[in-house]
Write a protein that binds this ligand. Structure first.
Ligand SMILES: O[C@H]1[C@H](O)[C@@H](O)[C@H](O)[C@@H](O)[C@H]1O
Length: 650
């Protein structure tokens, strides 16, 4: 929209303020002149001769509705495209996070054959990246605060490029491990810096949406990785080199883009680079007056210094200052519960869930994993749409409630599959004449839970026939050590199937329903909100450190859950594992209900006060907390107290 048109909207807002009785500061003759500037052809709203807003929101009659409509129009009109460019280039970091964590599963299928990798090496190549991400996210706080957001994003893209080259050119498994660690270091830095950078550049009415776009890019990267995995899995040799190498393209793009993109204005103000900060603010705010925003940031930095004192390491200052302590607890808690709800296990396990439901073709299972990743991606898009409508609190609570129920459905699918588990109908003799433990199982369920055994069977209509429990090939879990399930050719000839970690039953589709429900609920809220909320809840002085800690917690729990899943399933059975995640999710629900205030539409500088007023009860040790909770109960409104209400409490 042209400058003239946005001036009109601004004028409309001013007129509305007058209409609503706000103090009029302009001279009486100014209004008449400005009124004639209104150009209804360009502006959706206009003031008629009685000073009433027309055409702003069909059907809205009250001044409140009119004001909201005009404000919305104003915000839309004055958001320059540059802020979107900045966000998209930063979110390439999210894309690389998703791509590099996702691509490894397909690459591993090929690598373990070509490089003859043991189970330990496979595990190392997957977890080393996540482990390195945890370390670099935790240490990224120092870099972020000291060097600035922009150098950190440039560093992350360089690490992504270097990692891609090393991986694509690797001749041995040790080099592969090195490459995966380098990529992990990049992921960790990007995961904590990008949301902060976007949040600091975005105008408050768009902040949630733009930061959530970063998670959309993460899930987009995971989906793209699944497609690339599918496409290159047909190559007889070296397919994995292309899978790994391709990630250099977005990384180079991001590096080049960030050579021209600016530093975060808030970081610049904090470091006293005021002229530069003003320049950047004007650049990203287009034709808006930046004075108010600039002064707001500057004042809050000055106040923060007074309030928190300047001494000691930032993490220590965060812990002794109640508002930041509560924010940190909330931020880390959100990230912990995101991972404890089992997203990465569910995604990783999706191929098996499809197999359970009757998909017995390996290639098809790879493509169906891409469908899972696409579902995650498309429902994250729903989150991008909802975050500024519902707000962070409702979206997260709704999402986690649905996720908990979906986990229960998923678990029930496994319960049913275990209860009607097919029997073992014959025990072939072991050609190696070594006594295997697999002979002791008379049902599929016991056999499938033993990591050394798998179930080899045929289907007759919907019935399982000619089934046996046989030792698994120690090099891969995809086939048995001997017998008709020991390779694809034999299986095809015989018409038999190999089930390593599931049992074929007619109820298995329940797990598939659980999987789809899970992604539908998780992706719009619990996927993106922990990142979005963390980018906005800390005051500037604590933002890098707060995000470093919470991202570190995310990666640590990511490693923990993925590494323990198979053992958990072994001890608790598969349904036990999913019931456990449902239990974690339910505890998370209580935590979030008690701790997450609504941050939608607030300026970053205003958010700290949500934690000052003890709206978040977590971590509060003050004795009058009960008095405050009672106050809220009597007021009957949870998190929507006006400033006046909140100050009443003190
Ligand atoms: O927000 C993201 C997203 O939900 C991804 O799908 C998941 O793999 C990540 O662990 C998570 O942090």
């Amino acid at each position: 929209m042209s400058r003239k048109a946005s001036d009109n909207v601004e004028y409309t807002l001013r007129s509305l303020s007058n209409l609503m009785g706000e103090k009029k500061r302009r001279k009486p003759d100014e209004g008449a002149g400005e009124r004639s500037l209104i150009a209804p052809a360009e502006s959706c709203s206009s003031i008629n001769s009685q000073g009433v807003l027309e055409g702003a929101a069909p059907g809205s009659s009250s001044a409140g509705d009119l004001e909201r409509a005009a404000r919305k129009q104003f915000q839309q009109d004055v958001t320059p495209a540059f802020v979107y460019v900045v966000s998209v280039f930063s979110a390439l970091g999210g894309f690389l996070f998703g791509y590099d964590t996702g691509v490894v599963s397909g690459a591993m299928l090929l690598l373990k054959r070509e490089m003859n990798l043991s189970a330990l090496w496979q595990e190392l190549l997957v977890s080393s990246t996540v482990g390195a991400a945890a370390v670099s996210a935790l240490s990224g706080g120092l870099l972020n605060g000291g060097l600035g957001r922009r150098p950190c994003i440039l560093l992350a893209s360089l690490l992504f490029i270097l990692g891609a080259v090393v991986l694509a050119a690797a001749r041995d498994k040790e080099t592969l491990l090195g490459g995966r660690v380098v990529v992990g270091l990049g992921i960790g830095i990007a995961s904590m810096t990008v949301p902060v950078y976007i949040a600091e550049a975005a105008p408050s009415h768009l902040r949630g949406r733009l930061v959530t776009i970063n998670t959309l890019f993460i899930t987009g990267g995971q989906f793209f990785a699944a497609v690339v995995d599918g496409a290159f899995s047909y190559l007889p040799r070296d397919g994995w080199r292309y899978m790994f190498g391709l990630s250099a393209v977005p990384a180079i793009l991001q590096f080049l883009g960030f050579l021209f993109l600016p530093e975060s204005p808030r970081w610049l103000i904090q470091k006293g680079q005021t002229q530069k900060a003003r320049r950047v603010l004007s650049q990203i705010r287009g034709n808006q007056n930046i004075d108010e925003e600039y002064d707001g940031i500057k004042n809050s930095i000055d106040e923060e210094e007074k309030e928190t004192g300047a001494g000691g390491p930032i993490i220590y200052r965060m812990l002794i200052y109640p508002p930041t302590r509560r924010a940190l607890l909330l931020g880390c808690g959100l990230q912990m519960f995101q991972q404890l709800a089992g997203i990465n296990t569910v995604m990783y396990y999706s191929a098996t869930i499809f197999q359970m439901s009757g998909v017995n073709d390996d290639n098809l299972a790879i493509w169906l994993a891409a469908v899972t990743a696409f579902t995650n991606f498309s429902f994250t898009l729903v989150g991008v749409w909802l975050v500024e409508k519902l707000g962070r609190r409702k979206l997260t609570l709704g999402s986690l409630t649905g996720t908990t129920m979906a986990l229960i459905v998923l678990a029930l699918g496994f319960v049913l599959s275990a209860q009607v588990s097919p029997p073992v109908t014959f025990t072939p003799s072991d050609p190696s004449t070594q006594n295997s433990t697999c002979t002791k199982y008379s049902y599929c369920n016991g056999c499938m839970l033993d990591p050394n055994c798998g179930f080899c069977y045929k289907m007759n209509g919907s019935n399982v026939v000619e089934s046996s429990c046989i030792p698994v090939d120690t090099k891969t879990t995809e086939r048995s050590a001997w017998g008709r399930c020991q390779n694809e050719t034999l299986s095809k000839q015989d018409g038999s199937f190999w089930a390593y970690n599931y049992c074929p039953t007619s109820y298995s589709w329940t797990a598939l329903v659980g999987l789809v429900l899970y992604l539908m609920f998780f992706a719009p809220g619990m996927g993106p909100m922990p990142w979005t909320v963390n980018s906005e809840i800390y005051p500037l002085w604590a933002r890098s450190t707060g995000n470093a800690c919470s991202s570190g917690v995310n990666w640590i729990f990511n490693v923990l859950i993925s590494l323990t899943f198979l053992h958990t399933a072994e001890y608790l059975t598969y349904y036990g594992a999913f019931f456990l995640y449902a239990g974690f999710a339910a505890v998370g629900l209580i935590f979030i209900y008690g701790c997450l205030p609504e941050t939608k539409g607030k300026k970053l500088e205003e958010i700290e006060s949500l934690f000052e007023n003890r709206l978040c009860t977590c971590g509060a040790s003050d004795t009058d907390e009960g008095r405050y909770i009672e106050y809220i109960r009597v007021k009957g409104s949870n998190y929507h107290l006006s400033d006046n209400d909140a100050s009443d409490v003190e």
